[in-house]
Design a protein around this ligand. Sequence first.
Ligand SMILES: *Cc1c(COP(=O)(O)O)cnc(C)c1O
Length: 825
Amino acid sequence: MYQGFDKETFKKSVIANARNLFRKTIDEVTPAQAYQAVAYAVKDVIIDEWIATQKEILKQDSKKLYYLSMEFLVGRYLGNNIISICAQKEVREVLEELGFDLNVIEDQERDPALGNGGLGRLAACFLDSLATLGYPAYGCGIRYRYGMFKQKIKDGFQVEVPDEWLKDGYPFEVRRAEYATEVKFGGYVDIQWDGHKNNFVQKGYQSVMAVPYDLPVVGYGNNVVDTLRIWDAQPVDSFNLSEFDRGNYNRAVEQENLAKNLVEVLYPNDNHYAGKELRLKQQYFFISASVQLAIRKFKENHNNIFELPDKVVFQMNDTHPTVAVPELMRILMDEEGLSWEEAWDITTRTCAYTNHTIMAEALEKWPIELFSRLLPRIYQIVEEINRRFVAEIQKKYPNDPGRVSRMAVIHDGQVRMAYMAIVGSFSVNGVARLHTEILEKQELRDFYEMMPQKFNNKTNGITQRRFLLHGDPLLADWVTEKVGDDWITNLSHIEKLAVYADDKKCQQEFMNIKYRNKVRLAKYIKEHNGIDVDPRSIFDVQVKRLHEYKRQLMNILHVMYLYNKLKDNPNMDMVPRTFIFGAKAAAGYKRAKLTIKLINSVADVINNDKSIGGKIKVVFIEDYRVSNAEMIFAAADVSEQISTASKEASGTGNMKFMLNGALTLGTMDGANVEIVEEVGKDNAFIFGMSSDEVIGYEKNGGYNPMDIFNNDQDIRRVLMQLINGYYAPQDTELFRDIYNSLLNTKSSDKADTYFILKDFRSYAEAHERIDQAYRDESWWAKAAILNVAHSGKFTSDRTIEEYVRDIWHLSKIHVSLDKAAADQE
Ligand SMILES: *Cc1c(COP(=O)(O)O)cnc(C)c1O
């Protein structure tokens, strides 16, 4: 237990909070009010650690990581924080004494959904690991007033509802008005000669005040609390209006609106670039505020700016924070008075970049017109970065003019953000071995040739504290009973489970835990979907953002195929299967939303067909998010990781399933490759084309899905059911677009670009292997236990230690609480 935790004090604190917040005695509060009272009491416990940590960082003058990310998909705080202060048992007891159930209280919290999917969740896992390992770090992001939308399903269609996560206030945040920072947009740059050099002054701009809110990131059992700093935008105080604006009412109103709109909403696109002006404003807003504040903090106790790279590192999570490079240049030159060469040397030793995708539609490119209008001074700097870089290319490759157009930061009227990130960073990393190889050999080959020393791989990871200890308490306790609890902070210890994989009694215990987790999910499904699912069926799960490359379509087409087989032969011998989907589609992504409708239409037909004896059920879980994800992973038998090879940079859902003892049904893509390497090919179900084959077809052509349609009668039948009203009797044209995407374009090279038909037979055959394998319960239990046992590599603790060793070079801090220690005596 946490050394400073005292049950009686905690209880008094909860009761006092209920009085102060709601003017109620504790027996009168609603569960939602009880949540608030408990959350504030937990925050009270954390605050002392938080202060002590920050003091220790200052005392040690530690190097700090600033993890810059547009997204932090942190999930619920309360349960995780209680676990991190190691007081779960005590809090549960206190609440029981007060007449509450901790699980019910935890369920009152809205997920702070400040992210889309994997990229944002990765940032949250990284913060958890950084704090637990004791590294000084800030997450820097945006306090979106509305995070990721809430998904409702109406008539089978996705409907987006605003996510009002701040409606009742958020207990864990602390407003830090004293760190408010001005951020400027637009206007023009006035160049003034002072007799020695040119000074660049932005004039006629609009500005907003960036006001930070801090959220604690509590390390597990070590008293270390790092900070997630998210920025809100507020109108500048009218007394602070620049001279140009004084007395100009319209501009004042515009500035006020800018502040209002800036952080209003998270763009709901995952792996897709939309090019909206407001998005670039959001990017510069939180980057400028974060970088300015980092420099200000640095200068509080350092007077030599050249030491910056020894004390600060900025990690850019994808290209969204890339304006950090020119913003740092601006501060160093325009405010600190450094020369270009000096500023560039510091910048390129302070910034590092993580690449998250190779998909063309996700590559960020901003039109020069927009970029220079919004960020006039920053654009000047980008132009100079580009001019110097182009000169460098020409010097190194004098006889190869093609390289300049292939590699320039500014090209064809656009700023290529990934290229600016690479040029301005000392480190460029991919997020799984295969992904990094594809970057080096294909997508970024020119850059790799020119600066190979920058490139490195950091295979993603996940935190076992949230996704096993909190999400799957039954399995967590069982693991601890078998191998001790070292796995909580050192997941490699979980390897010791392997010796139990063959033990019949352990297999029984494991399957029993899985069964109970399936009962828990079945109950949730009954409550939310009204569908009865059999916890003895195979829970076959695909939960992740909806995207064509992730191929939920292939999954549901296979369900349609299986249903046809069952209709032809109702006595077909198969293990009952529950196909579970969960996915949000970007609000403007029509085909993705239509795929959700297709899944729900197929579910309606199949779930209501008595003739198949319940052998197949299909469930679409509404509003997939971190809180229900934790429960879903715990209940899964099969983990569907079926992206077109080469498209999924890493995936992290795959790792969460593995940790919870689900077997992977997957392609050799992203981190699946490394998962299979750890657990062994025999303990996973691998199918489909390799990334080399996919890339080969993309380069050379030669795939025509029509050949498959014409020659495979089962596939043909399934596709015809998309356009003959089989699943949409009211509107036979409803799914035409999906049908067309697979086949019906004039040029076949634009059809089935994700190779669904090409991989279909191999996928169906892998499903048959699963059906056979599940019949041997002992075999299945063994394979599942081995998945848990071999998941050690995929902790984000390992990922973070690699970033620290190769890129960040941070030192651990140790925090002891004198006050708490005194209380103990
Ligand atoms: C882990 C996670 C993701 C990422 O899943 P992938 O399968 O890797 O795409 C997305 N959303 C949530 C809520 C998650 O927890």
